[in-house]
Design a protein. Sequence first.
Length: 767
Amino acid sequence: MNKICLKNWLSLFGLTFICLIIIFATLTCFQPKGYDPIAALEKYEVVWDSPSKDYSGSMPCGNGDIGLNVWVEENGDLLFFIGKTDSWDDNSRLAKVGRVRIKLSPNPMFPGGYFRQALRLKDGTVEISCGERSRPAKIQVWVDANHPIIHVSIKSPKRLEARATIELWRTEPYELPTIEVSDVHFDHDIPGNKHFPTVVEPDTVLSGLPDRIGWYHHNKKSVGPALAARLQDMEGFKQEDPILYRTFGAVITARKAEKIDDLNLRSPTSSSHHFSIFVLTRHPSSPEEWLKEMDKLISATEKIPIRTRLRAHRAWWDVFWRRSWIDIHSKSPADDTYILSRAYVLQRFINACAGRGQYPIKFNGSIFTVPNPGSPGDADYRRWGPGYWWQNTRLPYISMCTSGDFDLLEPLYRMYCGDVLEMAKYRTRHYFGHEGAYFNECVYFWGAAFNEAYGWTPREKRTVVENESRWHRWEWQGGIELLYMLLDYYEHTLDETLLHEKLLPLAHEVLTFYDQHYRVDERGKIVMEPAQALETWWDCRNPMPEIAGLLAVTERLLDLAGDRVSPEEKALWQRIHDKMPDLPTRETDGVKTLAPAERFADKHNIENPELYAVFPYRQIAVGRPGLELAIEALRRREDRGNFGWRQDDIFMAYLGLTDEAREYVVGRARKWHEGSRFPAFWGPNYDWVPDQDHGGVLMKTVQAMLMQTDGKKIFLLPAWPQDWDVDFRLHAPYRTVVEGQVRHGQVTKLNVTPPSRRSDVQLMTQK
């Protein structure tokens, strides 16, 4: 769990800063003349010329672990919610840390006066100017890329006072008015069950601090892990309680600060002010231990000059933006290409703001939730609750290898290849009596299945050992796809540590499960039955996602790592591959197409599992045989759309269908939340605001239209419109970077690093 000590923070900072400088120097040597990716960001910055009514007009910023929703109200006050990737409360809900208000006096903002709020992408800051246009007051908000600190700097042509106020809503215990599906006590009122209220405990305001203010939330109880273990007959799996004694909160300091009371801190009258908000989570920790660690954090980081920290912060963002880009040219901010490029850039920015924490990005709001009209809760509320659905969780991550954002993938692999895998191994042995591991579609961050999915029936009265919920009873293909994504990571980076510590152990457990769990028929082919095809088809034999996935991962394992494992392990891979039947097909109106499974019935959801042969598993795609089977399946799909987690856009790009992909992805880029001012807060769609699945699919579609890879093959422009001019820099397998520009449908500049990979690039001719 989260036990990073202060000295590790400091050593990490020093190492990070040195590495950033080296990488920056390396990257700048390879920038093509005539294109500056940092300068190009300016046109996609979000700029508002008026304050916001409330939090619905907030902008995101963050450092990968701490995220802010920043807005200025019409009265001139600056406000921001603070989110964090590991602020799990007593009820296993990912809660906000809190909210802060900054008030200036006298107020530089006045009716009819100048106002400008801008998200400055190049260094991840929100900048506000207000007052007299010729001499405005200026506020800068940023979350340090290398330290857990929020900075608010204020400069004014006139002397003024600044006050920071802590604004908490968890001030008294209260019962949640509604329960979401993955909340621990969902369905607590079903017949025969005792009512178990979900009580939110209050935060604690620090007192007795001489020159600073702060607050914390301490989990003095734990609702979830013990209940799930008892309910799911998993008490034999020994695990430290991940909730109990978790403590998170913040402390606010300022230069020459004057404490008004425990909730208000004054920065004395001056033309400049600087507030620092230190945000910290510790587990396990007492409040006293947490405060001691906080004091160490403040003392250590304040020894580093603020200019040094700001320079390192800017260096991190500079490296981030230079490692990849897709910049589609446009003539007007109203153009499709501008809207799409901006959506791509802003979603990647949001990923960076929330993707380097202790836990994976939450698909249903990330760390940027705010209260929404019609929702039953406050800023802590998110539809579907605190759990992770694999089918949703993966989507913010599917573009990251191509973007070169490998650091953002670490939290995903840390959780799923850590606690989730270990519990899956135990569950498999305990439930089925054989080795290997199957992954539940729905898990809490410590690995248990949702109580609602597993069911409330005691073990001795159950008719099935698996989940009682038919939505997820046999939806186990997530382990295969996790392995496929790790193979992507390895293929791109050739990281031997990742191979041996994560990829090969995961491959062994997942493939061992499929080797031992299912029988084979008279032909020696696997018979996966009972089974289901995602959430959609509940009664299946040999579903497409499993067949395509197992074929894909075994082929890639044999190709990438066949000489790095024992003969026994290699034989396991080959055995699984040989057990697989052909991809399922069917005839519709006399036309042969891909099918969801060999046999399928009982439809309940609106996914298209037959097209998992296209994406994610690329058994049929550009450069591979069978395109017509997949295109006919796409044409005849029962459910379609270009919003939320729907993947039609990606299917179209992978099949080289330029016009269809263009229509769908541009339409997707125009569908942001009508109640939010920020143009990349998507949703709620099927999930919540901001919906990370919607933006994740958008990013992957744009990438796949421009470049696809298959082993060492690199396909350029497989589904790229001829009238879209673009500058790009993308990452390909085998530590390859492809950089260039397209003008009028032709690649006019191309730089492949290393140069030896240039011969593997195939330019696709558009019809």
